[in-house]
Design a protein around this ligand. Structure first.
Ligand code: ZN
Length: 280
């Protein structure tokens, strides 16, 4: 079976389906889709991440359709040399290595796979506070990332458009790894909107917990008022110190959101072990 026959078979079993964007036809993954990264894969991502340059390559994904769900199992990564002139800010794979990786995945002799292209964003800074800011603000696709994510892999006359993957690690303050999937005609092209939704959900959860606690015991509201007054006094008295502290707490709460989410969608923050990311 060659690569084209393999792709047509995947369309037959429902892993792939036809779709259109800007008048052009593509084959893309059929949703709902679950992307499973093994412990080995997340460990490789963590171990090979470099905080001061962009790196990239392909995630080797084994597809399977079961009970109306598309599963992609990822256990291996292939790194491709970054030939960009500015490796701190951009990633451009060596075209020859990319060709070889695509051949190895789509035309494998024994087992055939999909190739999901990924790249990393750097977070390095001499100042750990800036490093955390980098981790939060680099957690999104650039205009260039969004543009190139519309380029399909051509197998014969068939254009296959797979989602792309963005990876970031937060080195010094915690050992979190952000892994997110975008585009491929099945996922948003950026993470901001979805992240805001999750932040709102997390805030709502906190308010619900406080409300629950207040209802439990009528004395609790005095604790809350007392705590609020103490906080207000602290801010007035030491506001110069308190404001960066509050900012830090707010930023930290942001970077913790979604890691406690049981079924992460489109992206997840992994500390260690395997992870499944849903594309609904
Ligand atoms: Zn990028």
């Amino acid at each position: 079976m060659n690569a084209k026959e393999w792709i047509l078979e995947l369309k037959e079993v429902g892993v792939l389906k036809e779709g259109q964007k800007n008048g052009k036809s593509y084959l893309h993954l059929q949703t709902p889709c679950k992307i499973h990264l093994s412990e080995n894969a997340t460990q490789q991502i963590r171990d090979t991440y470099e905080a001061n340059v962009e790196k990239g390559g392909v995630l080797v994904a084994l597809p399977q359709r079961e009970n109306g769900i598309t599963h992609l199992h990822i256990d291996r990564l292939i790194y491709l040399t970054n030939i960009s002139d500015d490796k701190h800010r951009s990633y451009l794979p060596n075209p020859k290595e990319l060709d070889e990786a695509l051949t190895e995945t789509y035309s494998g002799k024994d087992i055939k796979y999909f190739a999901i292209r990924f790249h990393t964003h750097p977070t390095h800074s001499e100042n750990p506070f800036n490093e955390m800011l980098n981790y939060i603000y680099q957690c999104n696709t650039s205009n260039q990332d969004q543009l190139v994510s519309d380029f399909p892999v051509s197998i014969g006359e068939i254009n296959v458009l797979m989602p792309r993957c963005l990876i970031l690690c937060n080195g010094r303050l915690s050992n979190r790894t952000f892994i997110g999937f975008y585009n491929g005609l099945i996922a948003p092209i950026e993470f901001e909107i979805h992240r805001n939704e999750q932040r709102e959900k997390a805030m709502q959860k906190i308010f619900d917990k406080i409300e629950e606690w207040l209802e439990k015991d009528s004395d609790n509201k005095w604790w809350l008022i007392g705590g609020g007054l103490a906080m207000a006094l602290l801010i007035i008295r030491y506001y110069k110190f308190a404001i960066p502290l509050i900012l830090l707490i707010f930023l930290m709460s942001q970077s913790f959101i979604s890691s406690e989410h049981e079924n992460p969608q489109y992206f997840a923050q992994v500390i260690n072990g395997k992870i499944t990311i849903d594309i609904p």
